[in-house]
Every structure is written in C-alpha cells, then in structure tokens.
Design a protein around this ligand. Sequence first.
Ligand SMILES: Nc1ncnc2c1ncn2[C@@H]1O[C@H](COP(=O)(O)OP(=O)(O)OP(=O)(O)O)[C@@H](O)[C@H]1O
Ligand SMILES: [Mg+2]
Length: 213
Amino acid sequence: MNKKDILLLQESERKRIAEELHDTTVQDMVYLSQQLELVMLYMEKDLTLAKLETITARKQIKHIIGGMRDTIYNLRPMIFDDIGWTAAWERLKKKFAEDYPKLEIELDIDMIDTSDGLTALSIYRIVCEGCQNIIKHSKASHIQISVKKTGSQIKILIKDDGIGMQEYDQCPSNHFGLQFIIERVKALSGKMKIASDHSGTKISIKIPMKAGE
Ligand SMILES: Nc1ncnc2c1ncn2[C@@H]1O[C@H](COP(=O)(O)OP(=O)(O)OP(=O)(O)O)[C@@H](O)[C@H]1O
Ligand SMILES: [Mg+2]
C-alpha cells in the first residue's frame, strides 16, 4: 500500500466512525434530551407521568451506554488480547442473534495465532465489514462465515443467500466497505474473489500465512 492508499483508508475509517456515532449516539442523545424536556413539563402537572418518563429516560441512558460500549469495542484494536480469538467470534455471533434474530449466521472459525495482532484483527474486521454489507444490502436470511487454515494459507469465506450485488456507482467516495476489504487483503498480500448473482454473494479470500502462524 502506498502512502495515499493508507491515508484514504484512514479517512474512510474515520468517516465510518463519525457516521456510526452520528447514527447511534447522537440520535439517541437527541431523543433523550426530548424525553427530559417532557419530564420537566410533566413535573409541574402530573408527577406520575413525570416519574414514568424518567424511567424511560433512564432506560434510554442505559441503551446509549450499550451503544458507546459497542463503538469503543469496535475501535479498540486489541480485542483478541483482552477476550481471545474464539470469544471475539462468539461475541459477534451473540450480537447478531440479538440484533438480527431472523438472520441465521453460521460460523466455522479455525484457531489462528493472534500474537501478530494485525493479521487476526484484519481478518476479523474484513468479516465484520462483509457482514455489515450483507445486513445493509443483501436481504439474505443466511450467512456463512468461515476462516480456515489450509496448508500455508488462511482461507476466508463470507457468503450470503441474498439478492446479489446490483449495479452500483463505482465512485469510491460513496462506498468504502469493499474498498476497505480490498485494501486490507492487499496489505496482507492476499487474494480476493467476489462471485455474486441473484442467489447471493460469495467473497473468497486467501491470505498467505507467515512462518510460525
Ligand atoms: N452482500 C451483498 N449483497 C448485496 N449487495 C452488496 C453486498 N455487499 C456489497 N453490496 C453492494 O456493493 C456496494 C458497495 O459496497 P460497499 O461496502 O463498498 O459500500 P456501501 O456499503 O454502499 O457503503 P459503506 O460500506 O461505505 O457504508 C453496496 O452499495 C451494495 O450495493
Ligand atoms: Mg458497506
């Protein structure tokens, strides 16, 4: 990757973080502020209603804290040191089940040496990005994810049974996700293939393993 690519990747990641915070935390805080205004209004007229609104506001604060925790978790690069490789995938699966109960996710993840944090983290982020796209665009009901060690390679598969990729404008400034995946794969000297039709999308990635992994 040259310097310009690195800068572009950094900028696109910042844009995502800003968007994520805007769509979750900021929106939630706006809602909370409106709830508190209601509490103030009710306090003068109806204490029971004021109390009920306060309970709702409290729930809202807990929800915001949960959202902030997720954002921080996604930002912190050392998740595998903290909770371990397997636990990180379990967490992802659990989060999926909670947030998208109708979407079935099948995970088959081999143990990978995570001491070289970058390879492991890149794989994790690539899969997360692939999943985000599936949620956002595919209308799939089933996702299959695998990360397998075979010979001197790590093979990653991100597959869905959705509508497939439609024509989209190729302007990179509007679409960062796939570019992000491509750049990460390139940085790991890997190769990537996308196959997509009306029965779904399949992203296959091969990454060479370094000695000792
Ligand atoms: N699994 C998928 N199923 C269907 N369409 C997909 C899938 N993944 C990507 N796409 C299509 O490819 C386009 C490009 O994806 P990409 O992740 O680069 O951008 P985006 O998701 O539109 O925006 P961003 O990732 O920057 O928030 C999407 O807009 C969507 O049309
Ligand atoms: Mg995307």
